[in-house]
Design a protein around this ligand. Sequence first.
Ligand code: IDP
Ligand code: MG
Length: 143
Amino acid sequence: MGNKTLAIIKPDAVGNGYTGAIIDKIIKAGFKIKAMKMTHLTKSSAEGFYAVHTERPFFGELVEFMISTPCIPIALEKENAVEDYRKLIGATDPANAAEGTIRKLFAKDIQFNAVHGSDSDENALKEIAHFFSTDELLNNYSE
Ligand code: IDP
Ligand code: MG
C-alpha cells in the first residue's frame, strides 16, 4: 500500500474561490502536503498528464478546460493515500458523489468537477513527478 497521491485543484474550483476550503478539507482528513504550486498548464503538459484518456470522446474538452486558467497541483502523503483521497473527493460526476465529499460540495458537473485524484500508487508517483522535482518535496522537516 502506497502513501502518496497527486491532487489537483482544477481551474473551475480555483476560479470560484474554493481553494482554501478544499485544502482545509484535505488537511483535516489527515493528509500532509509535500509540495504545492499554482500553475497555468501548457497544452502539451495537460495532454501528457491525461495521455491515458487520449482516445476518449471528452479528451479535447478536458484538455481545453485544464489549460483555461491556473490550477493547483498538490503532492499529498498519508497511509493508504490513493484510496482515502478518492473517498474524500467522491465520484467523478458530482451527481453521484456522496454527501460531504469535495466534488459534491464544490463541483458543477462531470467535466467541471473541482479536483483530480490519482487512481493507483503507480500513477500517483508518475503524476507527482509530472509536476514536481524531488527537491521540491517536503522531507523530514523538523523544528
Ligand atoms: P477521475 O477524475 O474521477 O479519475 P476520469 O475518468 O479519470 O475521472 O476522467 C478524468 C477527467 O475527465 C474527469 O475528472 C473529468 O474532468 C473529465 N471527464 C470524465 N468523464 C467525462 C465526460 O463524460 N465528459 C466530460 N468530461 C469528462
Ligand atoms: Mg482518473
